[in-house]
Write a protein that binds this ligand. Structure first.
Ligand code: EPZ
Length: 419
C-alpha cells in the first residue's frame, strides 16, 4: 500500500487550479442512465471513485470511453441490460446508490445493494427509498438489496425528513421521467445539486428551484443526450485554501473556483488571512500564525462538513482556543487521534471538539481513515517539523486528483512511496 512522505515546514505559493468535482461528476455519470442518447461529460476528474462508477455503468451494459488526460467521458446507455448495482461495487463506494432513481425511472426496475456502514457515520438511505416510493415505486428489501419496481413513476410531493445531498439528487433524477409534476421539499441546496440539475436541463428536463429548499420538476417522456462540463471541485479548492492559510502561504485562486466558498473565506479572513481582489482571481495570503475561529458544520450554505477536518488541522497551531462542531455526521472526528500523535491539543466530547492551539506540530507516522481526514493529515504534515509518513492513502486517491503534483507546484515537498 502506498504511503505519502510530507516534509514540513512548507509555505504554499503559486497558482492553484481545481479539478472537476467528484461529488458532481458521480451523480452526472449516474444520470446518463436516464437517456438512450449519447452523452459527453467534460472536466471529469481522474479519481478512484470515478473509476468505480464507470466500472459500474459498464457492468450494466453502458458503452463508455474515458479520456483521463482531457477529463472527457463519452457514454452511451442505449445498451443497458443489467439493472443492478452489486454489493462488491457499492461497498467500495456508497455513491453507487445514485443509480437507484435513474434505473427505476427509466427501466421500471432497480436492484441496488444497501451500502452498509461507513467510517464517518451510519449513513442510512431511508430518504432515498422514501423518495422513489413517493413517486409510486414498490420497494422490497431482502438479502442486503433494495429491489424497486414501478410500471411508470408518477409525479408527487417528496418531503425530505432531513437535508440529504444524494437523497435530493436521487429524487430529482427519478422525477424527471415521472408522469406529472413533483415537488421536493426540504431539498439540499448544495452547488453539486444545482450542477446535476443543470446537466438534467441540458438533456431536456424541466426543473426549477434547485439551489433552494423547494425544487419543482415537470416529468417528461424521455431525455435527450448532450454535452456538459462538470463544475470545479469546491472541496478540493477549499482544502488548498486552508492549506495556504495555515502555511502562511500566498496562492492565487480563480474567482470561479472559490465562488461557493464564501463562508470559509469569511472565517479565514477573521482568522487573519488576507484576500486581495485581482480581476479574475483572488490572491490569498496567510498570516504568520492564524487566530482561532470556531466552526459548526451544517448543510450548504453553512460550513461544509467536508472541510471540517482540514479546518481542525489549521486550528491545531492557531493562536487561541477554537470549538469545532460536527452536526452532519455522527462520527467524523477520526482524524483527531492522528493529530494528537503530531502534538495537537484537542478534546472531543460527542459532536464537539475543543482545539487549544499549540506553537508547532511535529512530523510522525499517521494513518488515513477516510477521505477528508487524510486531507487534514496532509495539511498538518505541511506545517509539522520534520517528516510525516501518511499510510492508507487510497482514501486520498478517492477524492484528490494529482495531489502530490499540485502540492509540489505550490512549493511543498511531498513524495508518494509504493510498497
Ligand atoms: C454527500 O453525501 C457527499 N457525498 C459527502 O461527501 C458529504 O459529506 C455529504 O453529502 C454532506 O455534504 C457525495 O456527494 C458522493 P447526506 P450524502 O445524505 O449525500 C443522514 C466526501 O468527503 N441521512 O447529505 O451521503 C446521513 O446519515 C463525501 O466527498 C439519513 O439519515 O450525505 C447524514 O447524517 C463524504 N438518511 C445526513 O443525513 C438518508 O436517507 C446528511 O447526509 C440520507 C441521509
Amino acid at each position: 500500500m502506498d504511503t505519502l512522505l510530507i516534509e514540513g515546514v512548507a509555505r504554499l505559493a503559486g497558482d492553484f487550479h481545481a479539478s472537476g468535482a467528484k461529488n458532481a461528476a458521480l451523480p452526472c455519470l449516474a444520470a446518463t442512465l436516464l437517456t438512450s442518447q449519447p452523452v459527453r461529460l467534460r472536466n471529469v476528474p481522474a479519481l478512484r471513485d470515478i473509476r468505480t462508477m464507470t466500472a459500474l455503468l459498464a457492468e450494466m451494459g453502458a458503452r463508455l470511453v474515458w479520456d483521463e488526460a482531457t477529463g472527457t467521458v463519452d457514454i452511451d446507455c442505449s445498451g443497458v441490460f443489467r439493472l443492478e448495482a452489486p454489493y462488491d461495487l457499492v461497498r467500495t463506494m456508497r455513491a453507487s446508490v445514485l443509480c437507484l432513481g435513474p434505473l427505476v425511472a427509466r427501466y421500471g426496475h432497480a436492484r441496488v445493494s444497501l451500502p452498509g456502514g461507513c467510517a464517518i457515520g451510519e449513513r442510512p438511505i431511508d430518504q432515498h427509498l422514501a423518495a422513489v416510493e413517493a413517486l409510486g415505486a414498490r420497494i422490497d428489501l431482502s438479502h442486503g438489496y433494495v429491489d424497486a419496481r414501478a410500471r411508470r413513476l408518477v409525479g408527487a410531493r417528496i418531503p425530505m425528513e432531513m437535508v440529504t445531498v444524494t437523497g435530493t439528487m436521487n429524487a430529482a433524477m427519478a422525477a424527471t421521467l415521472a408522469r406529472g409534476e413533483s415537488v421536493i421539499e426540504n431539498a439540499a441546496c448544495e452547488p453539486e445539486v444545482v450542477d446535476l440539475c443543470d446537466f438534467l436541463r441540458a438533456m431536456g428536463a424541466e426543473i426549477e428551484g434547485d439551489g433552494s429548499p423547494t425544487i419543482h420538476i415537470q416529468g417528461c417522456e424521455e431525455l435527450a443526450g448532450g454535452e456538459f462540463p462538470v463544475m470545479a471541485d469546491r472541496i478540493e479548492a477549499g482544502t488548498y485554501l486552508i492549506g495556504c492559510a495555515m502555511t502562511g502561504g500566498r496562492v492565487c485562486f480563480t474567482k470561479e473556483e472559490l465562488r461557493h466558498l464564501h463562508l470559509p473565506l469569511d472565517l479565514l479572513t477573521r482568522a487573519g488571512v488576507h484576500v486581495a481582489d485581482e480581476d479574475e482571481a483572488w490572491v490569498v495570503t496567510g498570516p504568520e500564525r492564524l487566530t482561532a475561529v470556531d466552526v459548526t458544520t451544517a448543510p450548504y450554505p453553512a460550513f461544509p462538513t467536508d472541510l471540517q477536518a482540514q479546518w481542525m488541522a489549521a486550528m491545531a497551531t492557531a493562536d487561541g482556543v477554537s470549538v469545532v462542531r460536527e452536526e452532519v455526521f455522527e462520527n467524523r472526528f477520526m482524524h483527531v487521534s492522528e493529530l494528537l500523535r503530531m502534538g495537537a491539543d484537542i478534546r472531543v466530547d460527542g459532536s464537539t471538539a475543543v482545539v487549544r492551539g499549540v506553537p508547532a506540530l511535529s512530523g510522525a507516522p499517521v494513518m488515513a481513515t477516510d477521505l477528508r481526514a487524510s486531507a487534514s493529515l496532509v495539511l498538518a504534515g505541511l506545517i509539522a517539523r520534520g517528516e510525516t509518513r501518511l499510510s492508507r492513502i487510497y482514501h486520498l486517491d478517492r477524492g484528490y486528483e494529482r495531489l502530490e503534483e499540485k502540492l509540489a507546484a505550490l512549493g511543498a515537498r511531498v513524495v508518494r512511496e509504493g510498497s
